[in-house]
Design a protein around this ligand. Sequence first.
Ligand code: SF4
Length: 238
Amino acid sequence: MDSSSLARLDERITGCRACPRLVAWREEVAATKRAAFADWTYWGRPVPGFGPPDARLLVIGLAPAAHGGNRTGRMFTGDRSGDVLYAALHDVGLASQPTSVSADDGLELYGVRVTAPVHCAPPANKPTPEERDTCRPWLVQELRLLRPSLRSVVALGAFGWQAALTALGEAGWAVPRPRPAFGHGARVSLEGLELFGCFHVSQRNTFTGRLTPRMLRDVLRTAADAAGLPVGAVDDKP
Ligand code: SF4
C-alpha cells in the first residue's frame, strides 16, 4: 500500500481526543510519571501502530501501558509485556533486535505490524465498552489500508480477539456467525486471511507461566508462515 496513507492515519490517531476519561488519564500519568522514569518526557498521547505499511502479519493487543507505550510513544515499548513480545518476534526472525526500550532505539519489524484496538492507556488496563467502540474506527481504517498485503492476524487475549473480529467485519472481511470463540491456538480462516488467538503477553500471563515464550513463538511462527513470511523452523530455546 501507499506508505504515506498509513503514516497519515498514524498522525491523525496521535491527535485524537475522543475519549474524555482516557485523555485525562494519559495526560495525568504523563505529568505525574513513575519515579523510575522521572527524567523522561512522557508521550502522553494516543499510540499509533508500529511496523511497515506493507505488513503481512498484524499483532493486535489491548491498549498501551501507562508507563510503557504512553511513556515512549511506541506500541509495547518500555514495559514487560513488550519485552516478551519483541523478544519472541526477534527469536522467530521478525524483528531486528530483542529489546524495545524507546521510539528511537533502532528496532525494525520485518513484515509485521503491532497495533491495539484502543490507542490510549486506560486506567487499570481496562477500557470501557464505550471507549473500545469509540476507538474501533481507527483499527478498521488500519485494516483497510493493510488489506492488500495482510495475510494473518494474531489477536492477543479475548479482548483483542473480539476487537479483531468486529473490526475485520467492519473492514470488509466476512466473519463467521456465530463468532468463533477465543482460545490460545485458536485459528479461523477468513477470506485470504488467517486469524490466530494467543494469550495476552501481560505480566499476569507470563509471570505465571500461562503463556510461555515458547507458546508465544509457536503462535507467531505459525502465523508468520501462514502469511508467507520467512521464519526459522528450529526452536531449541525453552
Ligand atoms: S482511545 Fe482511541 S478514540 Fe479514544 S481518545 Fe484514544 S485514540 Fe481517540
